[in-house]
Design a protein around this ligand. Structure first.
Ligand SMILES: Cc1ncc(COP(=O)(O)O)c(C=O)c1O
Length: 487
């Protein structure tokens, strides 16, 4: 483990308080109405199945309050901060989605600039709309041989900050979905020399801190704030995430104000307790968990290399394309005779193997300590079968390229509040987009509201549409109609 194990991490204050409350079992006259699981529909869960729902409680006596913590939630958050070496950590019950929004709201005021890569998660755009910040885009490095984006080069950040020295924040995603990290240490130094804050979407990287075989995490490298989706790989329930403050440059009061804006006033105790418990597991067994994940993923990669026509991402990209490190628990797989979309479909439909995402070229499997060798064996057998039975090629027509450059006519917030008109998709060419267009997964926007649908952009979206891709953003997700802004 990179950090010495601290005995105080044995505590699980929130979990313990919930258990104690159960033992006391007061007559309960507050929210939630199901009363220690008794009122939960048996259509959904039988008596035996719904046991954990008795911990679905609210800010009852002794259970503290997420929005004004002073008891067990505060203690649990402090243990989280201690484990990660953060100045302060906050539990999130609306995922990293609300964490990204809160980081941006806490740092940027209307009209202030934020430097960020184009291919961020759409929650970042939501934060920009809410805050009224003005985005300045930069491009991460495109890895043509793999058909995916790498990291952001420090030189790119340096050049953009010279052009826009008034940027209040630089926002990065590291690791990205494919497990590739940027050199955050160098970028943090550049930001701080410029008086700019570094905010990191580390949604996919909460586990990096628990093995020397994994790349360094954002907090270790000097990020001022980061968010982690604890549900993605670190064992907490879906939607449970954490926002960490890494340095003294951040105004904590503004972060807390922003969190009140984006989080429910009825935070789920199941989610928060799952964070308390997941933190305890990571503190006490994180290194073993990572060893197991890495061993399983090595076994998978080794097996794939033996299958003719199947390929894994090349580790040789480290040190190039802005890639500082690779999270070995992510397995990026390519099939010589089909697109990633087709491979993902066949794995599920023919073999009941569910993967995280597909793109034009690759599929992505996320391996955690909770996978088994049997999972790996089934996966390899399925890939072997598919390799031996190629279908007629149904994949992409051209090799994917990076995102085309776009022209921002209106800021995302100005666009959000503009009057829109719906037109057939063919007529949207050359017009200002009134909606986001993000092929999903992974939900990375090709078009932001307020940007011009130039011929190049329109054609890029059209290519995804013809591939039958599902879109996030447009109200008509088949994209036969599209909202534009007339100016
Ligand atoms: C890079 C990235 N950031 C943020 C998010 C949002 O995280 P959450 O699902 O925890 O809200 C995701 C979700 O997939 C993501 O991939």
């Amino acid at each position: 483990m990179k950090k010495e194990y601290n005995r105080k991490q044995d505590r699980t204050p929130l979990v313990d308080a919930l258990k104690q409350y159960q033992e006391d079992r007061p007559a309960y006259f507050c929210i939630p109405g199901h009363r220690f699981e008794r009122g939960v529909s048996r259509r959904w869960l039988s008596e035996e199945e719904c046991g954990f729902l008795r911990y679905d409680l609210t800010e009852a006596t002794g259970l503290d309050d997420l929005h004004q913590p002073s008891g067990v939630i505060l203690e649990s958050q402090e243990l989280m901060a201690d484990l990660y070496g953060a100045k302060k950590s906050y539990f999130l019950i609306n995922g990293s989605t609300c964490g990204n929004e809160a980081m941006i709201l806490a740092v940027l005021r209307e009209g202030e600039k934020i430097l960020l890569p184009r291919n961020v998660h759409k929650s970042v755009l939501e934060g920009i709309i809410l805050s009224g910040a003005k985005p300045v885009y930069m491009m991460p490095e495109w890895i043509g041989e793999e058909g995916i984006y790498g990291g952001v080069l420090q030189q790119t950040v340096e050049e953009k900050l010279m052009e826009h020295p008034d940027c209040k924040a630089v926002f990065l995603v590291s690791p990205n979905y494919y497990g590739l990290t940027s050199n955050l240490k160098q970028i943090a130094d550049i930001c701080h020399e410029n008086g700019t804050l570094l905010l990191v979407d580390e949604a996919h990287g909460g586990h990096l801190y628990f093995s020397d075989k994994l790349p360094d995490g954002a907090l270790t490298q000097g990020a001022d704030m980061c968010v982690q989706s604890f549900h993605k790989v670190t064992g907490a329930l879906t939607q449970s995430s954490v926002l960490h403050i890494g340095t003294g440059r951040v105004d904590e009061r503004r972060v807390e104000r922003a969190l009140k804006l984006v989080q429910s006033t009825s935070p789920s105790y199941l989610l928060m307790a799952s964070l308390d418990a997941a933190r305890y597991e990571l503190a006490s067994q994180g290194e073993d968990m990572m060893e197991k994940s890495l061993a399983l993923s090595d076994e998978l990669k080794e097996g794939i290399r033996q299958i003719p026509g199947m390929f894994c991402m090349n580790n040789g990209i480290t040190g190039k394309y802005g890639v500082q490190g690779i999270d070995g628990t992510r397995v990026v797989i390519r099939c010589g005779h089909s697109s990633g979309y087709e491979l993902k479909r066949r794995l599920m439909e023919e073999h009941r193997i569910e993967l995280e995402l597909a793109d034009e070229k690759n599929v992505l499997a996320i391996i955690t300590h909770a996978n088994t060798r049997e999972d790996i064996r089934r996966f390899l057998a399925a890939l072997t079968d598919i390799a031996e039975q190629p279908l007629e090629y149904t994949g992409r027509e051209t090799d994917p390229t990076g995102l085309p450059e776009t022209e921002m006519v209106l800021t995302p917030r100005e666009a959000y509040f503009s009057v829109v008109r719906e037109v057939p998709w063919e007529m949207a060419r050359g017009k200002i987009a009134g909606e986001l267009i993000a092929p999903y997964p992974p939900g990375i926007p090709l078009v932001y509201p307020g940007e011009r649908l130039s011929d190049e952009i329109w054609n890029a979206v059209e290519m995804y549409r013809r591939w039958g891709c599902h879109f996030h953003g447009p109200s008509d997700d088949s994209l036969s109609m599209f909202e534009i802004i007339e100016k």
